[in-house]
Every structure is written in structure tokens, then in C-alpha cells.
Design a protein around this ligand. Structure first.
Ligand code: TYD
Length: 209
């Protein structure tokens, strides 16, 4: 492989995407691929500090402040980790990325969606996922899975999360080649089967198999 691959995992809190990301990592590592697992927000030192504010700050956090913090984290993450890893031929599995900002800050919080897309472009500096897996789950199931210990974002309420879900589905319609939907209402094994099929296909295509 000349260049690596950049795969993002998206979906609601409680969609099970992180579990699937780890299962895909195990599979790819077993097959001898050089895999990097990372997440947004908060993969690196600066990101950890930003994550702490975003998820655990008490009291008022303005919607614009929240938006810029997610974007600031992303800019650092792209420059420090994602770009170099992809250039070194690694497979980068990233838990949340640009689509989270459009879904959560745009559709969820009501920030200007076109503006968010432009700001995302600045943050990613030319890096676009080769594949985005969207783990779609009903808002009720997702909320049940999250349980009662919620962070600042998870506490935003069912209506907010329902708008986020619709936002993701809208993004998928706009980007059908990049974003593949997986029905995450299914049990873990079936979701893994579906996820694996899509990832394996991408890897085969990228190597010209
Ligand atoms: P995290 O604990 O990583 O949740 P999850 O395991 O569901 O990914 O928390 C990240 C939270 O931040 C999650 O509620 C989604 C939210 N988020 C945004 O609102 N905008 C963004 O751009 C990103 C990356 C995450």
C-alpha cells in the first residue's frame, strides 16, 4: 500500500461504534496491518485538555465556544496524528470526526451548517476519510444503552439526539459514496459482520485486488 487509509466511525452516543471500531482494529492487526486507533475529541495532549472542557465543564458553555473547541481539537489532531499516519501508510481508525460536528453542532445545536462545513474544511487541511461508517440506531435504543451516567453532551436530551440522528442521515444522503450506513439496532455480531464486509471491500479496492 502506497498510502494508508483513513476510516471514521460515526453515530449517536450509545450506537456501539466504539465497540465495533475495536473489533475491526483486532481483525486488521491480526491480518498484519499497521493500524492506528484514535478519537475526537481528545486523542492527544492538547486534545485531552479540550475534551475535558467539552465533556465535563460545569456551568455555561456557549454553543460557539463548543463549536470552536471541537474544531480546534480536530485541527491539532489532523496535523499531529492523522496526516502523518496516513502518509506513513497506516490504517487510521478514528472514533468521530467532521460529520460529528455537522450532526451535533449543526443539526443538534442549530449552528449554521454550511459554515460548519467550511470550518471543517479548514480544520482538516485536505484530509477526507476514505470511508465513514455510520452506525444508525433509534434514539430510544441509544439513550437506553447510554444509561444514567451522562456527560455534558449526552445530557442534551432526546430531542437534541433525534435531530443529531436526522443530521447524520442527511449527511449520508449527500455523501453516499463515502458514508455507509450500518443498522446498529442489530446485535453486536450482526453489526460486526456488516462492518467487516464494508471495511474488507475498501481494503481490497485500495490495493487493487
Ligand atoms: P465520547 O465520550 O467520545 O462519546 P462517544 O463514545 O459517543 O463518541 O464523547 C464525545 C461527545 O462529543 C459525543 O457526545 C459527541 C460529541 N461531539 C460533538 O458534539 N461534536 C464533535 O465534533 C465531536 C467530535 C464530538
Amino acid at each position: 500500500m502506497k498510502k494508508g487509509l483513513f476510516i471514521t466511525f460515526e453515530g449517536a452516543d450509545g450506537s456501539g461504534k466504539t465497540t465495533q471500531l475495536n473489533k475491526i482494529k483486532d481483525l486488521l492487526v491480526e491480518q498484519g496491518f499497521d493500524v492506528v486507533v484514535t478519537r475526537e475529541p481528545g486523542s492527544l495532549d492538547i486534545g485531552q485538555k479540550i475534551r475535558n472542557i467539552l465533556l465535563h465543564q460545569e456551568g455555561f458553555v456557549s454553543d460557539r465556544c463548543e463549536m470552536f473547541l471541537f474544531l480546534a481539537d480536530r485541527s491539532q489532531h489532523v496535523d499531529e496524528l492523522i496526516k502523518p499516519a496516513v502518509e506513513q501508510g497506516k490504517i487510521v481508525l478514528c472514533d468521530r470526526h467532521t460529520d460529528s460536528t455537522v450532526a451535533y453542532q449543526g443539526y443538534g445545536r442549530g449552528q449554521d451548517i454550511e459554515l460548519l462545513k467550511r470550518l471543517n474544511k479548514i480544520a482538516v487541511d485536505g484530509i477526507v476519510p476514505d470511508l465513514t461508517l455510520l452506525f444508525d440506531v433509534s434514539t430510544q435504543t441509544a439513550q437506553d444503552r447510554v444509561g444514567s451516567e451522562k456527560d455534558r453532551m449526552e445530557s442534551a436530551g432526546a430531542k437534541f439526539h433525534s435531530r443529531v440522528r436526522n443530521g447524520y442521515l442527511e449527511l449520508q444522503k449527500e455523501n453516499p459514496d463515502r458514508i455507509k450506513i450500518i443498522d446498529a439496532n442489530n446485535d453486536i455480531d450482526k453489526v460486526f459482520e456488516d462492518t467487516k464486509n464494508i471495511v474488507v471491500k475498501l481494503i481490497q479496492e485500495s490495493r487493487g485486488v
